[in-house]
Design a protein around this ligand. Structure first.
Ligand SMILES: Nc1ncnc2c1ncn2[C@@H]1O[C@H](COP(=O)(O)OP(=O)(O)O)[C@@H](O)[C@H]1O
Ligand SMILES: [Mg+2]
Length: 563
C-alpha cells in the first residue's frame, strides 16, 4: 500500500466508494440532499425509476492534497471524483456541477490506490472542460473484481421501512431494511473480499418497474468474475397503492412481475444468492408446501387445505363448511394410516367443541394474515375478511387444524442441515380478532422449559428428540426442492406438553432466508451465502474470522466534503 505522504496533488488514483446505506423508520431526511449519491452511468438511470447505479465500487479520482507525513498509514486523502453522474436515489436530483467543489471528497488512505489501467475516461472526466450538463458514463470501464453484486432494494423513501427492534434483531433490523443491507456488506462482504467487489443497486418503488429492467444490461455494466443477485424485497400477492387511506407497506412488491424479473435474471445466468433461487423462494414463501406436506404424517404439519377464493367470495359460509368437512376427512384418512403415529393431541373429537382452525394467507409476513377461529361461522368471517382486504390479490386461503395449545415455539436456525441455534419464544395472547400478540423470547432453553413447559424435563427431552428427527427430515426435503443445498432456513416448531413426560411437536413454518434473525448472529448466515457464490470465495475467509466493522468511515457523498 502506498503511504499517504507519497501521494501528490494531481496524482491519478482509484478510490473505493461506498454510499451510506440509508436510514430506516422514517429517519431519512428527504428535505435535504443527503448521503444518497448514486453513480448512474446515464441520466435516465438517475432521474427515472427504477434508479440504478453504483453504491460501492472502485472509481477514478485525482488527488487534491495528501495528509502530512506524520499521519503514517492512518491519514485521509482529499481528492476530486473524475466521474460526474451522481444522483440522489430518493429524489432523482443530480449533483449541482456548477459548484466547483461538488466533486471534492475525502477518504481514508486504505481505500485509495494509484489509478490502474482499467479506465477509459474522456477529457471531460479529467477535470478539463467538465460539462455542466449532459454526458454519459457508460463507457468508462471499471476495475476487475471477484464479485459484482446486483442488489434490489426498496427505493420509495417517503414510504419508509419500519420495524420494531423487539421482534427483529436490534442490530440488523428487518431483512429488507437499510440496516440489514449494511450489515451484509460491512460485516460479511467487506472483511472477506477487502474491496474486491462492487455493488450495483436498483432502487425499486413500484412493481411496474420490474418489466423495464434488462438483466443483460445490468450484467454488462459489471466487472466481476462472478455476478450474484440479492433481493431485499418481500413479494406479496397484492397491489401497490399510494392514494389509499393507508399506502402500501415498504418493500412489499407484487409477486407476479417480481418473480418474472427474477426468472429473467436467472435466465441470464445470474443466480439469486439472497434469499433463494426463485423456485425454492416461491415454494417457501407461498406456503404451498404446507398442504402438500400436511398429508405426510411424519413431517408433523397440521392438516391443511386450501379454500378457493371464488367460493369464499360467492358464499363464505359454504366455503367454511366445506373446508371443515375436508379437514375431518383428511383426519380420518390420516388415522386410518397407522404406519406412523404423529402428534395426536390436537385431533378433533366427534361431538366435541366446535372445530378450532387457523386461516392464513401465503406470501404474507410477520403473522399479519394468520387468524385463529373456532367453528364454521367464525371461519366464514375469517375467510371473507382475509380475501377482501384492500389491495389483496391472494387466490386462496389456507385453513389448518389448530394446535390444541402452543406452549411455546422453538425457532431453529438451520445452516447446512444443522441446527446452529434455537430461540424459544411464545405469543402470550391471542387478541379478539384471532391474531397472535405479545411476542416473548426466553433467555435460555432452561428458562423456556421451566416457565413454559411445566418444568417437565422428560417431556422437554422428548420434544428435543422430535425436533432433531424432524429437522433431519426437513433437510432431506429441502434437498429435494433444490439440488444445490440450501444455505439456511429457519424451522419453527410448535410445542405442546400434552401430559406428564409427553410432548407433541408440530412443524409451523419452514421460513425462507429473510426470517427474523433475532437469536443468531446474521454474519454466520451471510458468510455461508458468500461461500455459495463460488469455490474461490470459500477459500477466502476473513483473517482470524474477523467480522467487525470495516476500517474507517464509509466513503462520503461527493459534495459535502468538497466544502
Ligand atoms: N396451526 C396452528 N395452530 C396453532 N397456532 C398456530 C398455527 N399456525 C400458526 N400458529 C401461530 O401463529 C403464528 C404465525 O403463523 P405463521 O404460520 O408462522 O405465519 P407467518 O408466516 O406470518 O409468521 C405462529 O408463530 C403460531 O404461534
Ligand atoms: Mg411465523
Amino acid at each position: 500500500m502506498k503511504l499517504p505522504h507519497m501521494y501528490r496533488p494531481g496524482d491519478l488514483i482509484e478510490v473505493f466508494y461506498t454510499m451510506p446505506y440509508g436510514l430506516d423508520n422514517g429517519q431519512e431526511r428527504l428535505d435535504l440532499l443527503g448521503d444518497r449519491w448514486l453513480l448512474c452511468p446515464t441520466t435516465m438511470l438517475g432521474t427515472n425509476r427504477p434508479r440504478t447505479g453504483w453504491t460501492e465500487r472502485w472509481l477514478p479520482a485525482t488527488v487534491i492534497d495528501a495528509p502530512n507525513v506524520s499521519s503514517g498509514t492512518q491519514g485521509s486523502i482529499r481528492f476530486r471524483w473524475d466521474v460526474h453522474m451522481w444522483f440522489d436515489w430518493a429524489s432523482g436530483e443530480r449533483i449541482d456541477m456548477s459548484d466547483p467543489g461538488a466533486l471534492f471528497d475525502v477518504a481514508p488512505v486504505t481505500r485509495v490506490r494509484p489509478r490502474s489501467r482499467n479506465w477509459n475516461l474522456s477529457p471531460a472526466n479529467s477535470g478539463r472542460g467538465i460539462p455542466a450538463l449532459g454526458g454519459t458514463e457508460l463507457h468508462i470501464g471499471g476495475v476487475p473484481v471477484s464479485v459484482s453484486f446486483i442488489v434490489f432494494r426498496w427505493g420509495a423513501a417517503k414510504i419508509p421501512i419500519q420495524y420494531d427492534a423487539h421482534s427483529w434483531g436490534r442490530t440488523e433490523g428487518s431483512t429488507v431494511s437499510a440496516r440489514f443491507v449494511q450489515l451484509f456488506f460491512n460485516r460479511a462482504v467487506a472483511p472477506r473480499l477487502n474491496f474486491d467487489y462492487e455493488v450495483l443497486t436498483v432502487f425499486v418503488q413500484h412493481s411496474d418497474e420490474f418489466v423495464g429492467i434488462s438483466p443483460e444490461f445490468l450484467a454488462s455494466m459489471c466487472s466481476g468474475r462472478h455476478i450474484a443477485a440479492l433481493y431485499f424485497l418481500w413479494p406479496i400477492q397484492g397491489q401497490q397503492t399510494y392514494g389509499d387511506k393507508i399506502s402500501c407497506t415498504a418493500a412489499y412488491v407484487d409477486a407476479n412481475p417480481f418473480f418474472e424479473l427474477v426468472a429473467r435474471m436467472e435466465s441470464a445466468g445470474i443466480p439469486t444468492r439472497w434469499p433463494h433461487h426463485s423456485h425454492l423462494w416461491k415454494c417457501l414463501t407461498s406456503k404451498e408446501w404446507v398442504p402438500h406436506m400436511s398429508v405426510v404424517p411424519k413431517y408433523h404439519v397440521p392438516l391443511t387445505t386450501r379454500v378457493p377464493k371464488s367460493l369464499v367470495i360467492s358464499n363464505p359460509l359454504n366455503a367454511a363448511r366445506q373446508a371443515i368437512a375436508t379437514l375431518w376427512q383428511l383426519q380420518k384418512e390420516k388415522r386410518a394410516d397407522d404406519s406412523y403415529i404423529g402428534p395426536a393431541h390436537s385431533d378433533w373429537t366427534p361431538g366435541g367443541t366446535a372445530e378450532r382452525v387457523v386461516a392464513k394467507l401465503g406470501y404474507s409476513y410477520e403473522g399479519v394474515d394468520v387468524k385463529m377461529v373456532q367453528g364454521e361461522y367464525a371461519l366464514s368471517d375469517a375467510l371473507y375478511s382475509l380475501t377482501t382486504q384492500q389491495g389483496y390479490t391472494n387466490d386462496c386461503v389456507y385453513v389448518q387444524q389448530r394446535v390444541h395449545r402452543v406452549d411455546l415455539e422453538a425457532r431453529c436456525f438451520v445452516l447446512g442441515g444443522e441446527v446452529v441455534e434455537t430461540l424459544y419464544t411464545r405469543f402470550a395472547r391471542i387478541d379478539r380478532g384471532g391474531y397472535v400478540r405479545d411476542y416473548e423470547k426466553a433467555h435460555s432453553a432452561e428458562e423456556a422449559m421451566r416457565d413454559w413447559f411445566y418444568n417437565d424435563q422428560t417431556a422437554w427431552q422428548k420434544a428435543m428428540e422430535h425436533i432433531t428427527a424432524l429437522t433431519r427430515r426437513w433437510y432431506v426435503w429441502m434437498l429435494a426442492q433444490s439440488a444445490e443445498p440450501t444455505v439456511s432456513v429457519r424451522i419453527d416448531y410448535m410445542l405442546e406438553r400434552v401430559g406428564p413426560g409427553q410432548a407433541d411437536v408440530w412443524t409451523g413454518e419452514v421460513g425462507e432466508q429473510g426470517y427474523s434473525m433475532g437469536g443468531i448472529d446474521p454474519v454466520i448466515v451471510f458468510s455461508s451465502v458468500l461461500d455459495s457464490i463460488s469455490e474461490d470465495l470459500c477459500q477466502r475467509h476473513a483473517p482470524n474470522g474477523f467480522s467487525g466493522p470495516r476500517d474507517g468511515p464509509p466513503g462520503k457523498r461527493p459534495h459535502r466534503e468538497g466544502h
